[in-house]
Ligand binder design. Structure first.
Ligand code: NAD
Length: 286
């Protein structure tokens, strides 16, 4: 159901790769709620993914940008202002990638060049987006900038690797920049800490299907879907959340407040019947 929550609002949506992407769902919901926006992704994503179809569906412009490249970001923001007719109101940063995860490098054997890329793509890019937007004075008063995070920023999750460090940095940037942007121009900056979600990036996480099952059993409301995440993003872009800033907001069905649930305990008890000792691999204590 649409409520016209974003009527008259304009924005930029980063990270819609295909119909599974959280950013894709946000674009769909933002359109339903009356927003206009540009879409952006990397040249590789534009070749491999379906972003062009999404742009066509919503009759909008797709602007290529690598979010780690400040020149690309300047071009993106200037073009967005041209296309949308002036300053805009919201940005979604829905970007994550770790070469260490992709190449299956263990956290105790990281490639540091890859680590720099992980941090640049998944966290520092958020600073670059905010800094570029502020320098160009591109965001209207009471605008809203949201990035997507994960609870591995606070707690250790098997297999999340250096993305945990990237998410911790991402959340810190939201606080540090949120202070400056809020004080000067009433722009709010938040992160949403989303449940595990089966997307292209999500499926790269080691043990993802078991993590999804575990989180589902632990969360009293069940895992939050990508569509539900999009709903939450819309509220943060709307005028109903004008005084929410510098927050990391859990959107996880209650998972982050749980210790142990009956449903998870019952499943764990079933597992105790098997003889599942150390598995003899190098990573038995992962
Ligand atoms: N899927 C999950 O389980 C989950 C859970 C919590 C948070 N998140 C976060 O949600 C966000 C979106 O991920 P998703 O799950 O929708 O997966 P996705 O793979 O659909 O989206 C990731 C996007 O990042 C883009 N990207 C990668 N490098 C980039 C760069 N240099 N510049 C610009 N864009 C770049 C990709 O092209 C892709 O569109 C990420 O920040 C991810 O960490 C995902």
């Amino acid at each position: 159901m649409a409520y016209n929550l974003l009527k008259g609002k304009k924005g930029i949506i980063f990270g819609a790769l295909n119909a599974d992407s959280i950013a894709w769902k946000v674009a769909e919901r933002a359109y339903e709620e009356g927003a206009i926006f540009t879409l952006t992704n990397t040249s590789v994503a534009l070749r491999m993914g379906d972003t062009a179809k999404l742009a066509e569906k919503y009759n909008t412009v797709l602007i290529e940008a690598d979010a780690t490249n400040v020149d690309d970001l300047e071009n993106l923001i200037k073009k967005t202002m041209e296309v949308l007719g002036g300053k805009f109101d919201f940005i979604l940063h829905s970007i994550g990638m770790s070469p260490n995860v992709r190449k299956d490098r263990h956290y105790s054997d990281l490639d540091y060049n890859y680590l720099e890329k992980t941090l640049d793509i998944s966290a520092v890019s958020f600073h670059k987006v905010l800094q570029t937007a502020r320098k160009l004075d591109a965001i209207n008063e009471w605008g809203s900038v949201v990035a997507l995070s994960y609870m591995a920023a606070q707690r250790t999750f098997y297999g999340y690797n250096d993305m945990a460090d990237a998410k911790a940095l991402l959340e810190s940037i939201a606080r540090s920049f949120g202070y400056i942007y809020g004080r000067e121009r009433n722009v709010r900056v938040n992160t949403i800490s989303q449940s595990p979600t089966m997307t292209t990036a999500g499926s790269g996480v080691k043990g993802m299907s078991r993590l999804l099952d575990f989180a589902e059993r632990m969360s009293p409301l069940g895992n939050a879907t990508a569509d539900e995440c999009a709903d939450y993003c819309i509220t943060l872009f709307s005028d109903l959340t004008k005084k929410v800033t510098m927050q990391n907001l859990y959107h996880d069905g209650g998972f982050s407040s749980m210790g142990m649930s009956l449903r998870a305990l019952q499943q764990y008890e079933k597992g105790l019947d098997c003889d599942c000792g150390p598995d003899g691999t190098d990573h038995k204590y992962d």
